[in-house]
Design a binder for this molecule. Structure first.
Ligand SMILES: Nc1ncnc2c1ncn2[C@@H]1O[C@H](COP(=O)(O)OP(=O)(O)OP(=O)(O)O)[C@@H](O)[C@H]1O
Ligand SMILES: [Mg+2]
Length: 251
């Protein structure tokens, strides 16, 4: 489903190389976790998957269901089913969350050549998903993420994910911002959306999140390369011993 092949990335218009040959395949239904020290390139990888244009791909390819997405705009990728949950969610003053969600859903439908959702259809869909996530409709009338607590931002994000029903979800989680409630929201939201057709790439620093979202595979990114891959036990090993051993082995 997602194949990242020998991906080399630098910051556009500079010589700063961030990713140095990342290889990673994520199968349909798989939850892959990426861990790694600060500055290893995890967020960069998520931005590149989403198509953010501050980066230049100098070598390699990203295939989504067998087709390269490198030439696709962020909107085209989203319409094809790629979803990126930001490490620092965007605040949009003046735009009620409801309006944002409706615009996001309809722009994707339009891009896929589908009919736009009517307001009653949309309200029904939002109410259904919001109640599952314990989100008060009053919160959705407020401007997107403005003044939302960390947990509320995460809820809004999972709601967005549930409504858009993407095929590939990339989640960049600084666990620092996640209190126990937010951790639960994220993990329960992800677990509810797990399905044989949907894949996840979860970026995290601590084993803690992976107690709740049990990954199928765990990969360690270091200096822009995956230096070790394994099953969920690899995250436990890292929690116990830190990165030093693995970095030593790879050196
Ligand atoms: N626009 C930029 N200009 C210069 N350097 C950048 C830019 N964006 C990222 N970098 C550098 O690239 C490296 C990788 O950054 P990235 O944010 O991908 O790391 P990360 O693995 O997500 O780290 P963390 O665990 O702290 O979130 C860092 O050294 C960072 O300073
Ligand atoms: Mg990061």
């Amino acid at each position: 489903m997602i194949e990242i092949k020998n991906l080399h990335v630098k910051i556009a218009d500079t010589d700063t190389k961030i990713l140095n040959g990342v290889n990673l395949t994520i199968k349909p239904g798989e939850v892959a976790a990426i861990m790694g020290p600060n500055g290893s390139g995890k967020s960069t990888l998520s931005y590149v998957l989403a198509g953010k244009d501050d980066y230049e791909i100098t070598e390699g390819d990203i295939l989504f269901n067998g087709e390269s997405i490198l030439e696709m705009s962020p909107d085209e990728r989203a319409a094809a089913g790629v979803f990126l949950a930001f490490q620092y969610p965007l605040e949009i003053p003046g735009v009620p969350t409801m309006n944002f969600l409706k615009a996001a859903m309809n722009s994707q439908r339009k891009a896929r050549g589908e009919a736009e959702m009517t307001t009653p259809e949309f309200i029904k869909a939002v109410k259904g998903e919001a109640s599952k996530l314990g989100i008060d409709m009053v919160m959705l009338k407020r401007a997107l993420n403005v003044g939302f607590s960390g947990g509320e931002k995460k809820r809004a994000e999972i709601l967005q994910m549930a409504l858009l029903a993407p095929k590939f979800c990339v989640m960049d989680e600084t666990d620092s911002g996640l209190d126990i409630d937010a951790l639960k929201v994220v993990s329960e939201g992800v677990n509810a959306l797990r399905s044989p057709e949907r894949s996840f790439l979860v970026i995290t620093h601590y084993q803690r999140l992976l107690d709740h979202i049990v990954p199928d595979t765990v990969h360690v990114l270091y200096k822009g390369k995956i230096i070790k891959s394994g099953g969920k036990e690899l995250a436990l090993e890292l929690e116990e011993n830190g990165y030093a051993d693995i970095i030593g082995e790879a050196a």
